[in-house]
Design a protein around this ligand. Structure first.
Ligand SMILES: [Zn+2]
Ligand SMILES: [Zn+2]
Ligand SMILES: [Zn+2]
Length: 267
């Protein structure tokens, strides 16, 4: 199952001679963990276990295929080589026993009854949670919810997706934000921290994304931008955007209240 269909974007890009943009995004995949590890397709990273599929790294987790559910309840899912996994390996109970997966739910076989348990949301292993310092999610649903925002998504792809074109949009946008000193034209919050400057965005006043004259541009914080009109409110409902807005509010709540951002109270 493909969650994102970038076909239209790719076609558009092809016609504009930008074939270098990948048609990636993630797919729901379940693979035998050991087999993929043997092939060298598995990489452990801080926030998950990455599986290489057609040259693209997909973030996921591992979980045991067959479990003694009657005795131990549902197993946990893992995102690191935690002590539980190390122990399983030392007992020779790892190879061939785990799946790599990236969906919100899993299917597990009850070892005693051979019954299939479907659509199960597994909880994150507490050792993994501690080791990777995970606070954003506690189960496979939460893990999954974060997938679409954590896959590397260069800004120009987003812009191209919406606008249809404008290759130098990123430069235009950056220049404009620098000129405005990363200050929101509406609530006047100023973001100095480089890592947070993505919270300042450039808005097209008349809605025409092809009109990049300065008169038509406006520097807005993500919160003001998301609330600028009905269309924007709808556009910012995507998980990725909501997560971004939430992290903005989380980091700058006090400042937003202090300067009287008109949207801080209703969120
Ligand atoms: Zn673990
Ligand atoms: Zn603002
Ligand atoms: Zn806008």
């Amino acid at each position: 199952m493909k969650l994102y269909d970038f076909r239209n974007l790719s076609l558009k890009l092809d016609s504009l001679n930008y074939p270098e943009v990948k048609e990636s995004r993630f797919e729901i995949v379940r693979k035998d963990f050991s087999e993929e590890e043997k092939k060298g397709n598995i990489t452990f990273k801080e926030d998950g276990i990455y599986l290489l599929i057609n040259g693209i790294e997909h973030k996921g987790y591992m979980y045991i295929k067959k479990a003694d559910i009657g005795r131990f309840g549902f197993p946990k899912f893992h995102i690191t080589n935690c002590s539980v996994i190390v122990e399983q390996k030392s007992k020779g109970f790892f190879n061939g026993h785990y799946f790599w997966h990236n969906s919100n739910t899993v299917t597990i076989i009850d070892r005693n009854t051979n019954e299939l348990k479907k659509d199960i949301k597994l909880s994150l292993c507490s050792r993994c949670q501690a080791q990777a310092n995970i606070r954003d999610y506690i189960n496979t649903q939460g893990f999954f919810d974060l997938l679409d925002i954590q896959v590397e998504q260069p800004e120009e792809i987003v812009e191209l997706d919406i606008f249809g074109y404008v290759k130098d949009w990123q430069q235009i946008s950056k220049k404009f934000r620098i000129k405005n000193e990363y200050t929101c034209n509406k609530c006047s919050i100023k973001i100095s921290k480089k890592i947070d400057q993505r919270f300042i965005q450039v808005h097209h006043k008349n809605g025409d994304k092809k009109n990049n004259t300065e008169k038509n541009l406006q520097c807005l914080c993500i919160l003001c931008h998301a609330n600028s009109d009905k269309k924007h409110i709808a556009n910012f409902q995507k998980k990725r955007s909501i997560h971004e807005i939430n992290s903005f509010i989380e980091k700058y709540k006090d400042e937003l209240i202090r300067i009287g951002n008109p949207f801080i109270m209703i969120t």
